[in-house]
Design a protein around this ligand. Structure first.
Ligand SMILES: NC(=O)c1nn(CC2CCNCC2)c2c1CCc1cnc(N=C3C=CCC=C3)nc1-2
Length: 326
């Protein structure tokens, strides 16, 4: 596990001749003061942390080496680091500044998102209006487009993994279950539902035991992941459709008393729109929540959809002030 990035601190030390020297030293855990826990996963804990020298605030994800080895998750750890190393230049993705390690743990120094989860903000207002949904939806879509252009499929997009910074701008996180396509630029023809029965894998996807085992969070998992275990870029757009629905309705489209019943609703496309759901948003959601990934709207189609009429994407989007939440 090679450390990444070369953050150094300058440390005052006395050399062999008793002379005080300023020596560049790679940053380590002693260079930070750790605060509250921001989140805990099966193999990691994320802390609020402050660089003692620069006073800059970060989120530091700490992974215990013993636990990762015991649970045979080394591959996940390296996939997440490789994924974050590919996603370095987008305002909508939590950035990895550098990593370091000590004898017990691995440390990822990441962007801090003081605004918390999009889900938390949504719960405060219950539902968002069209203006707010367009603002957050456009930023999420812009970030997905960048991810996919770098050959990364998130596979677990949901409002809990959409964080917000101080300006309530979106930052997508948690790439521990992402899939890295071998050739980022290869246009990925998602498998068709009728091809699902065959064992043929999508040619872009590396043959990876993780593909067979991983399924995302029940309410947002795509039908192809349930029927064929093969996530494709369109799987993230299924989750996008679920998120747009949830921002406007205040609940996800597929939710039942158990995971199994939720999965049943998904594969049967069993969901309804609440009365008063905005028509343009309804049309967009209906064209994202399509069982056959090959027939789902692409990112370009979504950007040109009536719901996003007049919405600018790209750099200008990230300079726009967040609308009043309502
Ligand atoms: N898994 C991660 O990489 C990760 N997990 N968290 C906290 C989780 C809490 C549950 N929902 C998903 C995120 C973070 C990160 C990246 C880096 C990161 C940066 N800032 C925050 N900020 C938060 C502030 C308030 C509440 C939750 C998170 N959190 C994280």
């Amino acid at each position: 596990w090679k450390d990444r990035g070369a953050a150094v601190s300058i440390r005052k030390e006395v050399d062999a001749n008793g002379k005080t020297v300023m020596r560049p030293v790679k940053k380590g855990v002693r260079d930070f003061s750790f605060g509250r826990v921001l989140g805990e996963g099966s193999y990691s804990t994320v802390y609020f942390a402050t660089d003692r020298q620069t006073l800059k605030e970060y989120a530091i994800k700490v992974l215990e080496k013993k636990h990762i080895i015991k649970e045979r998750k080394i591959k996940y750890v390296n996939i997440e680091k490789d994924t974050l190393n590919r996603l370095t230049e987008h305002p909508g993705i939590v950035r990895l500044y550098y990593t370091f390690q000590d004898e017990n743990s691995l440390y990822y120094v990441l962007d801090l998102c003081n605004g918390g989860e999009l889900l938390g903000v949504l719960k405060k207002t219950g539902t968002f209006d069209v203006e707010c949904t367009r603002f957050f939806g456009a930023q999420i879509l812009d970030a997905i487009e960048y991810m996919h252009s770098r050959g990364v499929i998130h596979r677990d997009l949901k409002p809990e993994n959409v964080l917000l910074d101080d300006q309530l701008h979106v930052k997508i996180t948690d790439f521990g279950t992402a899939r890295l396509l071998s050739d980022p630029r290869a246009p990925q023809a998602p498998p068709r539902i009728e091809d699902m029965g065959t064992s043929s894998r999508n040619k872009d996807q590396d043959d990876d035991s993780r593909a067979a085992s991983f399924v995302g969070t029940a309410e947002y998992v795509s039908p192809e992941l349930l029927t064929n275990k093969n996530a494709c870029k369109a799987s993230d757009l299924w989750a996008f459709g679920c998120i747009i629905y949830q921002l406007l309705a205040g609940r996800p489209p597929f939710k039942a008393g158990s995971e199994y019943l939720t999965f049943q609703k998904i594969v049967n496309l069993d969901y309804e729109f609440p009365v008063g759901f905005p028509p343009a948003a309804r049309d967009l959601v209906e064209r994202c929540l399509v069982l056959d990934p090959a027939r789902r709207l692409t990112i370009e189609h979504i950007k040109n959809h009536e719901f996003f009429e007049g919405q600018q994407f790209g750099k200008i989007l990230w300079k726009t002030k967040a609308p009043r939440l309502r």
